[in-house]
Design a binder for this molecule. Structure first.
Ligand SMILES: [Fe+2]
Ligand SMILES: [Fe+2]
Length: 175
């Protein structure tokens, strides 16, 4: 898909930032996907939706940048962070990466980039409805929606990839 120049201008300071570049090395939805590709795909989808809804340039940029930063936690969760081992039972689940990473991403993104309250809210709550915190602004609703669609597509590709050898073995049986 052709990437629009306006989209690139909106995000280039973030994607060229050395800390954001590190997300290329963090595996995300399967071995062929990393946080960088997932985040850029989510941002591009959010940008297209904002354009389709004919939102203002300011809103479009706000939504696109929030989408790009929604998983920018600043660590590889497979390395054991955040440390939820010290908790027990339901608290351990609540403090797991799945539930906590929106908050970590909002904090880390705010440290490296200038964010508005609306963007911070969108990043924090992008795991809604899994995390029972309702997005307060349109940024949040669009980021949440786009993340779900992009993540589902990536996970389906990952599953298809895993079953590929099985399908390859089955093919002669139907020949
Ligand atoms: Fe996420
Ligand atoms: Fe995501």
């Amino acid at each position: 898909m052709a990437v629009n120049r306006e989209f690139v201008v909106m995000i280039q300071d973030i994607i060229n930032h050395p800390e954001f570049q590190k997300t290329r090395n963090i595996i995300h939805h399967g071995k062929n996907n990393n946080v960088y590709t997932h985040s850029v795909a989510t941002a591009h989808f959010a940008y297209r939706i904002a354009k389709r809804l004919e939102l203002s340039e300011e809103d479009t940029e706000s939504i696109t940048r929030a989408a790009l930063l929604h998983d920018f936690v600043g660590y590889d969760w497979r390395d054991g962070k955040p440390d939820n081992i010290k908790y027990r039972g339901l608290k351990r689940i609540w403090h797991s990466h799945l539930f906590e990473h929106g908050f970590s991403a909002a904090k880390n993104a705010s440290f490296h980039f200038e964010l508005t309250d609306r963007q911070r809210d969108a990043i924090k709550k992008h795991m809604f409805p899994l995390v029972p915190m309702v997005p307060r602004y349109k940024e949040g609703w669009i980021v949440t929606y786009c993340d779900k669609i992009v993540a589902t597509r990536e996970m389906l590709l990952c599953v298809a990839d895993k079953f590929q050898p099985l399908f390859a073995r089955m093919r002669p049986a139907f020949a």
